[in-house]
Write a protein of this length. Structure first.
Length: 185
């Protein structure tokens, strides 16, 4: 994870077995993985899935809010990593991959499926708030522009920005669908 989210070329890891710490350090180097994504990569660092129970409704709401905010920060971090080239855009998944993953999760655990649906919902909300004119975030940009300038942007400017935003969104959709089909074939 550190290699993907920061500008790090290599990282050293020390192995601990029980109470014994092995003396040799292992060096992991960052390199492009052309086989991504694979379900069985040999070494898998699993997230902590221990069940956390809230003592009351207030604690439950707080835990849910914390997890949602954490996911939003992680999502923005990944978007920045893709835009800056730290993470390949080939890691994006489109509607075909999302459907495949949803099917797999729904077949194994109903509560994990609900969590997945929540993640998709938050993901769509974050994407919708990006400053692209076709999306709600783009409308916010025009409102901020209007507040600063004291008058709305011209009709021509809004139309041109909207067409540009639409072209960007349609291109992105075509790209992720292409990646999905390429992964399946």
């Amino acid at each position: 994870y550190v290699l993907q989210t920061r500008d790090v070329k290599e990282i050293q890891v020390q192995v601990k077995r029980g109470k014994e710490v092995l003396p040799d350090l292992i060096t992991l180097k960052a390199e492009e993985d052309r086989t991504w994504p694979l379900e069985d990569r040999g070494m898998l660092l699993q997230p902590d899935w221990r069940l956390q129970k809230a003592a009351n409704l207030g604690d439950a709401l707080g835990m849910g809010m914390h997890r949602t905010v954490s996911f939003i920060k992680q999502l923005y971090g990944q978007l920045v990593s893709i835009v800056t080239g730290r993470v390949s855009a080939k890691t994006l998944g489109g509607p075909i991959i999302i459907t495949k993953v949803a099917y797999q999760i729904a077949g194994s655990d109903f509560f994990e499926f609900l969590l997945f649906l929540g993640i998709i919902s938050v993901n769509l909300a974050v994407i919708n708030f990006l400053p692209i004119p076709v999306l709600d975030g783009g409308h916010m940009v025009f409102l901020i522009y209007e507040k600063i300038r004291g008058r709305p942007a011209s009709e021509q400017m809004r139309a041109a920005a909207t067409y540009l935003g639409l072209a960007l969104i349609l291109s992105l959709m075509a790209f992720v669908i292409y990646l999905d089909v390429k992964r399946i074939l």
